[in-house]
Design a protein around this ligand. Structure first.
Ligand SMILES: Nc1ncnc2c1ncn2[C@@H]1O[C@H](COP(=O)(O)OP(=O)(O)OP(=O)(O)O)[C@@H](O)[C@H]1O
Ligand SMILES: [Mg+2]
Length: 279
């Protein structure tokens, strides 16, 4: 595999020429996966455009990135498999009022909920900025959502999401027992613990779960995605979130070679499914 380094800070800052200055240009078009830090969807679009000037085409195009990366992009495809959610676009730094929050919470009815932006939560500030004990308590929900928006600061991605809370199986440290399924060209290529799982945590995802989740992954159409799954306390497996695989964290204890091999093989598969013919 040929590897080139792009400058993440330059991409995010909008300096696309600097971002790709270490990417060699060639005569023929080459295809590529990105592997690195998360970036806003607009920044990914800029990276895509800059790489094209080097005759490199990202296999995950900007619309596929956004669909996998942001909850409103993937929610509809996974609606039967994931907690009910409502969202609204939101400007970073703007304080939500109880009227805004009331309209969102109303879509879900009462009961416990969790809040995040289109991409990330403040799960480490669970009681302060993530968990709402009862969405019917608009004053409390407004406090938690307001704090989430405040803590995300300029990094608030896209908008505000409110989700029904579901009880999942958890580790002794309190974190949900989540497995991350890695999908390349619609096939499950690797299952790892969630990167935040305690070292030594094992994952055992029934193959029927992969079949069900895989159907939604293929419907989404993004070529390299992750799905974080967990068993609810009633035994039903649920998708907690979907992510773009390019920016998903691989737990440090995992051998990257399995994923890299799948990406090399999968690049070919993606080309086949797009173009209909093998190059
Ligand atoms: N609807 C829900 N019901 C119960 N718990 C939830 C729900 N949504 C999220 N959680 C809990 O909160 C954690 C963080 O949520 P989520 O994965 O959506 O946010 P994140 O900040 O993107 O996390 P990550 O670190 O995986 O990127 C989950 O790992 C899970 O334990
Ligand atoms: Mg998560």
């Amino acid at each position: 595999m040929e590897v080139a380094v792009v400058d993440h800070e330059a991409i995010v800052a909008g300096d696309v020429r600097a971002a790709v200055r270490r990417v060699p240009t060639s005569d023929g078009e080459r295809v590529a996966w990105y592997r690195g830090w998360m970036m806003p969807s607009a920044a990914y679009s800029r990276l895509d455009a800059a790489l094209r000037t080097c005759r490199v085409r990202l296999l995950t195009d900007p619309s596929a990135y956004q669909a996998a990366h942001e909850l409103p992009g993937w929610y509809g495809t996974f609606a039967d498999l994931t907690p009910a959610s409502a969202w609204t676009p939101w400007e970073p730094g703007r304080t939500p009022t109880s009227a805004h929050v009331g309209a969102l919470a109303e879509e879900l009815g009462g009961g416990p909920g969790v809040v995040k932006d289109y991409v990330k939560s403040r799960k480490h500030e669970w009681h302060e900025a993530c968990f709402v004990p009862d969405l019917a308590d608009i004053a409390a929900a407004t406090r938690v959502i307001g704090r989430m928006v405040e803590l995300q600061g300029d990094d608030l991605a896209g908008g505000i999401v409110v989700r029904d809370f579901e009880q999942f199986m958890h580790h002794t440290d309190g974190y949900t027992q989540e497995a991350r399924i890695w999908w390349v060209a619609g096939a499950a290529v690797l299952i790892t613990p969630h990167p935040d799982a305690p070292v030594g945590a094992t994952v055992d995802v029934p193959s029927a779960v992969c079949d069900t989740v895989g159907a939604s992954v293929r419907a989404l159409g993004a070529p390299f995605v992750t799905t974080d799954v967990a068993m609810r306390s009633d035994g039903v497996w649920r998708v907690i979130e979907v992510g773009d695989g390019q920016v998903s964290d691989l737990p440090a204890v995992e051998e990257p070679v399995l994923l890299m091999r799948a990406l090399v093989a999968g690049a070919d598969g993606v080309e086949v499914s797009r173009a209909g013919t093998r190059r």
